[in-house]
Design a protein around this ligand. Structure first.
Ligand code: ADP
Length: 501
């Protein structure tokens, strides 16, 4: 600002120039009296003043009797320099914020004669800035309490903010990393991963991965990383949120569980091996007892009294059951180790069904259960291992007898069903709850049922049946109504139609 006054300007012109300026302007003499002002200043005044010219600025502006303690006009008079500042003060309608400037007007000798005091009301902007600062504080509080490490990045991947969780996890204070690329959290050799994470976050709206990250002290740690872009209202990406979950403890726990599991597996294998070996020992004598008992019952070794026959029938039933249990243990071990061998052949279903009904007659008879057979005539052959198929059907029949109360009925049916043969074993037993229908085919699963708590069993029979039927390219399932009975059904493709042997 030059020596306006010494140039003896046209005061009218000067006033119109000042009035054309939006900012409030007052010109003060060295005593802080107003010598000139513009219309913006008059408009800004809260109460209309009768007299402004010649009055002290502090009385006109602030209604004070004394000069303000802090004043840039005073600084201008004292130093002859230009000053600017922003400040706020209370007015009747609330706090107002000003951006103020003060220019010296010097005479020919360079002495400050007047000061031009200009100010602009920036209340609206200041209030917005205040709100933004409040929001920032709020955001920081949320971030700090999030319980995970969060880094806010700009779209180039440079760090804008980190929360307290991140400071604790990585060991970097926010002021140390602000503006740094977020690659400082990655291993040096992971530049490709870094590029991929950014690319994917931009393209798919999110990047998620398990990665290894690096702390300030160079220690590496496993982490789950999520990078999500933040978009403005126009869909442009303005920032990225990087959320880091430290997986160190989880991985440690996983390792411990894995080790324990390995140990348990070893123990399990030892137990199974022992079980298998012992079961094998049982099998031969049990087969001998069953065959000899059968010979005795058939009268092939001599005739029996009624009492002897009844006693022997019990021995036969129980030994056969025991042999079945031992056989199942041996079979499940073979199935699980993939060593089960099937001797596939052309098999006729009806003779198998007859044989089983006859074998189980004593057992079903002991519970007065009627067994009814219905096999369609001229059923085609199936390709199967006869002994294994017999075992599977006997197991299903055994279960039907076991889970049917005395006086019940079992129907075994076999018929053609498209390209397959469908076999159904229907009982009038206790039934299976809907939620257990699939689970009964899982190893060791037994339905909890008060009425039949003591019927015994090991929960592996149906697993074996299912695997055997599947080995013949068939399917086994159950339909049941609790309290009314169950129907176990299986299909096996007919011989020739699916290639057979
Ligand atoms: P186990 O009979 O030795 O317990 P299974 O694998 O043969 O083992 O059968 C598993 C379970 O399925 C049985 O314990 C029983 O709860 C249920 N289950 C099998 N067959 C029937 C049936 N016919 N009626 C009712 N429940 C059955």
């Amino acid at each position: 600002m030059g020596n306006v006054l010494s140039a003896a300007p046209d005061i009218g012109l000067l006033q119109s120039i000042l009035d054309g300026i939006e900012e409030s302007i007052v010109v003060l003499d060295k005593e802080y009296r107003i010598v000139c002002f513009n219309s913006a200043f008059r408009g800004w005044l809260e109460k209309p003043k009768k007299k402004i010219i010649g009055e002290f600025c502090y009385s006109v502006i602030h209604d004070h009797d004394v000069r303000c303690n802090v004043c840039i006009v005073r600084d201008t008079f004292r130093t002859g320099q230009y000053f600017e500042t922003s400040h706020s003060h209370e007015r009747e309608n609330g706090r107002v914020y000003h951006e103020t400037r003060s220019y010296p007007i010097k005479d020919a000798k360079g002495e400050v004669k007047y000061a031009i005091y200009m100010f602009r009301d920036i209340t609206e902007r200041a209030l917005i800035e205040e709100k933004v600062r409040e929001l920032d504080k709020f955001k920081k509080k949320i971030l700090d309490n999030a319980g995970v490490a969060i880094n806010i990045l700009d779209k180039e991947g440079n760090i804008m903010n980190v929360n307290r969780g991140s400071e604790t996890l990585f060991g970097w204070a926010e002021e140390d990393v602000k503006g740094e690329p977020h690659s400082i959290f990655y291993k040096k050799e992971d530049t490709e991963l870094l590029a991929k994470s950014m690319r994917q976050a931009f393209a798919k709206g999110e990047y998620k991965a398990e990665v290894t990250l690096v702390k300030k002290n160079k220690n590496e740690f496993p982490a789950h990383l999520t990078i999500t872009p933040v978009e403005d209202d126009h869909g442009s990406i303005t920032a990225l949120i990087e959320i880091v979950n430290d997986l160190t403890q989880l991985k440690k726990a996983e390792r411990v569980i894995k080790q324990q599991l390995e140990k348990l597996k070893e123990l399990d294998a030892m137990k199974e091996e022992y079980f298998y070996a012992t079961s094998h020992e049982f099998k031969t004598p049990l087969t001998t007892i069953t065959s000899l008992t059968k010979l005795l019952l058939d009268g092939k070794i001599g005739s029996l009294t009624k009492e002897q026959r009844e006693a022997l029938e019990l021995v036969y039933c129980d030994t056969r059951r025991l042999r079945g249990a031992v056989q199942r243990i041996l079979d499940i071990a073979k199935i699980e180790s993939g060593k089960m061998v099937y001797h596939m052949d052309r098999v006729d279903i009806e003779p198998i069904v007859d044989e089983i009904i006859s074998t189980l007659r004593i057992l079903s008879g002991s519970k007065s259960i009627i067994v009814n057979k219905s096999v369609e005539t001229n059923l085609p052959h199936v390709t199967a291992d006869k002994d294994r198929l017999e075992m599977a059907i006997e197991n299903l029949m055994n279960n039907a007898i076991k889970f049917t109360p005395p006086g019940g009925r079992i129907d075994i049916r076999a018929k053609r069903d498209g390209d397959s043969i469908l076999v159904e074993i229907q009982d009038t037993g206790i039934g299976i709850p809907p939620e257990d229908k699939d689970k009964v085919f899982e190893k060791y699963y037994q339905v909890k049922n008060g009425q039949m708590e003591n019927v015994g069993g090991s929960g592996i029979g149906l697993v074996i049946c299912k695997r055997i039927i599947e080995a013949f390219k068939g399917r086994l399932w159950v339909e049941s109504k609790l309290g009314e009975g169950s129907t176990f059904k299986f299909t096996i493709p007919c011989e020739g139609i699916h290639g057979g042997r």
